[in-house]
Design a binder for this molecule. Structure first.
Ligand SMILES: [Mg+2]
Length: 413
């Protein structure tokens, strides 16, 4: 890795609320609060117009209404946000292959190798900002710095629609007064622990005796001290870096719990289509179909069946998934469904013994390009399906696709 890096951190502004304002023009310029979750009583995100009244993420709807009687409430639509997010992430990938999706509305881009092609980092940032605005009507804040820690700090400095560059030379002065809690990775609990040691600013952290930090925090003590100096050598980690695909799957939390087999079959068709499409895109076919169900009480289980003939036909995947469903007695309404193709092998012409997918590949190519380029929102997800305790109905702002790590250590170490 080159010792001198140029990293962008791009943070969408009031993402969920802004997406809603774009899809519903009557909401533009209005104080909007996106609400979600089971009880729909907590504000997930709010527009800048609402923030002007003091409305904040995490507030109860009643509190928000007290501050702003005109507050427009919109129930969150996670699929819409995930879709917009993956299209934005795909756009980033046009500027560098090194894109790390940090959450649904944030990403790190290592543009070190792209500077010669596109000019300097500011120019790349301006290009990206302009494209996001023109294509999606959305604004973002961009931070430019030599590492992820500082880039994230920089993007936070100007919101909305910001562009902030932090040079390494600026850091010592800035860090003299910067509260440690402003560093990404220093959460409230870690901040409290640091405060107990008398460490309040980044400079306090940078100059604290290292042996004492190590005694208190163990292995992360040294890392914390480097953070206090603005140092961070963590690479930008792109998705599924050349890892072989072991299985292809998709899962879906249903809009409402289903106990009707017909309705479940329709949802399975949609999932099978996505699995088949992705398998074809990878040039893979599989002999094992795995069906996952999660009941309303979050009990999760799976059944699988292997066949002699491998397939990547959506129809055939659906047929096999239904075959498994038929063997199950449903004890409760179903809240989540997953379909996975396992036992993968490279596609051969024999795989076409089954009907070839009806639509020609090129018709789907544009859509596939968008969905698959940054398809981590679903593809890596399914392989971890069994391990996931639950998938929230609403994607929290902290949501990230699987395989993505934090810039800093979590406060649990
Ligand atoms: Mg954001």
């Amino acid at each position: 890795m080159s010792p001198f890096r140029t990293i962008l951190h791009i943070d969408m502004n009031a993402f969920f609320a802004a997406v809603e304002q774009q899809s519903r023009p009557a909401l533009r310029g209005r104080p909007v609060a996106v609400i979600g979750g089971g009880s729909r009583t907590v504000i997930t995100t709010c527009s800048y117009e609402a923030r002007a009244f003091g409305v904040r993420t995490g507030m109860r709807v009643g509190e928000g209404r007290q501050l702003c009687s005109d507050l427009e409430l919109v129930v969150a639509d996670p699929r819409k946000y995930a879709d917009t997010s993956s299209r934005i992430m795909a756009l980033f990938a046009e500027y560098t292959p090194l894109v790390e999706v940090f959450s649904i509305d944030e990403a790190f881009l290592d543009v070190t190798g792209s500077l010669r092609l596109f000019g300097d980092a500011r120019r790349i940032a301006h290009l990206i900002k302009a494209r996001i605005y023109h294509q999606f009507g959305l604004t973002c804040s961009v931070g430019i710095a030599s590492n992820k820690l500082l880039a994230k700090l920089a993007s936070d400095m100007q919101k909305p629609d910001g562009l902030t560059e932090l040079a390494d030379a600026d850091i010592p002065r800035l860090f003299t007064t910067l509260p440690v809690g402003d560093l990404c990775g220093v959460g409230p609990r870690l901040q409290r622990q640091l405060h107990q040691l008398g460490i309040r600013t980044c400079r306090d952290l940078a100059t604290y005796p290292l042996p004492l930090l190590k005694r208190r925090f163990g292995v992360i003590g040294a890392r914390l001290q480097r953070m206090g100096r603005g140092e961070d050598d963590a690479p930008v980690r792109p998705e599924v870096a050349a890892e072989p695909v072991r299985s292809v799957g998709h899962s879906l939390t249903l809009d409402r719990d289903l106990d009707d087999r017909e309705a479940i079959a329709i949802e399975l068709l949609q999932l099978s289509e996505r699995v088949g499409r992705r398998a074809r895109r990878y040039g893979l076919q599989g002999r094992t179909i795995h069906l996952t169900l999660r009941y309303a009480d979050f009990t999760t289980f799976g059944r699988q069946k292997s066949y002699i003939e491998a397939t990547n036909s959506s129809r055939e995947i659906h047929r096999r998934a239904l075959g498994i469903l038929d063997t199950l007695v449903l004890e409760q309404p179903v809240r989540l469904l997953g379909v996975r193709l396992d036992n993968l092998e490279t596609e051969t012409t024999q795989g076409l013994l089954f009907e070839v997918d009806q639509r020609p590949r090129e018709v789907n190519a544009a859509v596939d390009a968008l969905n698959d380029r940054f398809g981590s929102f679903s593809v890596t997800y399914a392989s971890l399906l069994d391990a996931l305790p639950r998938q929230p109905l609403v994607i929290a702002p902290s949501w990230r696709p699987q395989g993505i790590r934090y810039t800093g250590e979590s406060e649990e170490g």
